[in-house]
Design a protein around this ligand. Sequence first.
Ligand code: HAM
Length: 472
Amino acid sequence: MARKVVKKTAQPVKKSVIKKVKTSLKKVASKSTKKKIVLEPIMMQPPRGMRDILPGEQEYWNRIRMVLDKEYPKYGFGRIDIPAVEYSNLFVRSIGEGTDVIDKEMYSFLTKGKDKVALRPEMTAGIARAYIQHGMNVLSKPVKLFSTGPVYRYDRPQEGRYREHFQANFDILGEEDAVLDAQIIQLAHRIMGNLGIKDIQFQINSIGCPCCRKEYIEMLISYFDSKKKKLCKTCKARLKTNPLRILDCKEDKCVQVSATAPQTVDHLCDPCRDHFKDLLEYLDELELPYAINPQLVRGLDYYTRTVFEIWSVGEEGKKRSLGGGGRYDKLIENLGGEPTPAIGFALGLDRLAMEMKRIKAKSYESPKPRIFIAQLGSLAKKKSLRLFANLEKEGILIAESFGRGSLKSQLRSANRLGVEMTIIIGQKEALDETVIIKNMVTGTQETIPQEKVLNAVKKTLKTKPMIIRKKK
Ligand code: HAM
């Protein structure tokens, strides 16, 4: 039955109707919220210390990811992904109260379910938790774990220091031998080399075990106590909470006092001294660039014996820590697992990318397409979509500009990309099951049946890539 079509014309809405609607809306709003709705302006930027890494900045990041993905399996590491959020007390127990990371930098909060959780300020604590939880102690030793992702520290942002930064962690669990310490430093050296970062130095120290450290700390307290007046305010407080940290304070006056402080390496127990001696011998054997730094204590309490950092030694003398790590032989046990010696390190990926940019290291160049598909008309668009999928299945990289209707603008895109061949499908070709092959170097073109496209493409790709000047 034919429907009667009523043509509606827009009628001006009566003022009384508008008033009615407005008052009823007001009633609904006040009933549902009982509050005035104030829309806060949206800040078009992420929180301070966090940032976007745009496609144009990814060249170094891509190279870093590629090198890491290639290296970790070679050294027998298995990848582990852990949550970015854990219960806060895991970090407090692992990293220790009195450290800057716990006292000042941790993003901790209560969930809606009243759980005390925190954004991970580092990954070692989570890895140790996962090792215990999943009973990895039954695996054959050593257990080698690789993990990567963002970590969060509420620190004062500055160049190379962010509140969200990215790390790659390498951890070896279950072996105490210093040869593992040397191997992990060798791995760090290899990765840096593969990234093109050659001017580095490993800063190394041994901070002993709880047994020898106890006596050393007492000695350190009495030394700093006698020079208390010369210490900065923070270090005066550290004297009570974490005296070891005074050693790596960057304030000039503290640096001066620390220079003559008792050194950890002079007060190691015999097993710790032997361990450190063995490590240095291995490093000499491997001819790795290292320096003993008695001031290096690191800011995380779980470390025992070996601690190290990877410093870039730039021309302008500015030293930056690109990565750091050490042994944490007691952490698993302190968290409730069985005694499990361990060593690991993390690379700061933001700093690696920055350093690579500074030294103009080789970046990752993504493969460039050499073929373009252009289409004209709706049937041709469908055909080209299928052709794109078929060629892509063959592992052929294709560029396209499907959203554009005009052939001229598509060919302009093809030129800009510097491709060598454009496959054109117009209305006629779509119906005939043919395509036009345009040689973008010579400008010649020919029509071929669709089933011959793959061969034509393969033939072009077999030739050496032609460098075509891109049109602006
Ligand atoms: P970390 O030294 O605190 O060690 O951090 C590792 C690296 O992350 C640093 O050397 C630095 O390159 C980078 N980094 C640290 N804080 C920032 C920041 N705010 N902005 C940018 N980059 C930063 C750890 O986190 C230990 N969990 C490493 C480890 C793994 N130890 C044993 N296994």
